[in-house]
Design a binder for this molecule. Structure first.
Ligand code: SF4
Length: 72
């Protein structure tokens, strides 16, 4: 239904609501970043890029993905 992108200047997070199982790994690991009751629900500024990548690699459904931005 919804695909969203979030950008912190270093990486772009892609989130696909159709794949998300709402298991909550993301908001348990990084509760300041992933806030399912708020919009926007991903607040990248509350974690480092390394923390975000570490979390995204643990998303069990593949709903969260990231891509590294090319250095300017
Ligand atoms: S960890 Fe992945 S599957 Fe689980 S709620 Fe977050 S985005 Fe959805």
């Amino acid at each position: 239904m919804a695909k969203r992108q979030y950008d912190n200047g270093e990486i772009i997070i892609h989130w696909d609501s159709d794949l998300c199982t709402h298991a909550g790994v993301c908001w348990h690991m990084l509760p300041k970043v992933f806030r399912p009751s708020e919009r926007p629900w991903v607040r990248m500024e509350f974690a480092t890029t390394a923390e975000l990548i570490n979390m995204i690699e643990k998303c069990p459904s593949g709903a969260l993905k990231y891509e590294l931005k090319a250095e300017q």
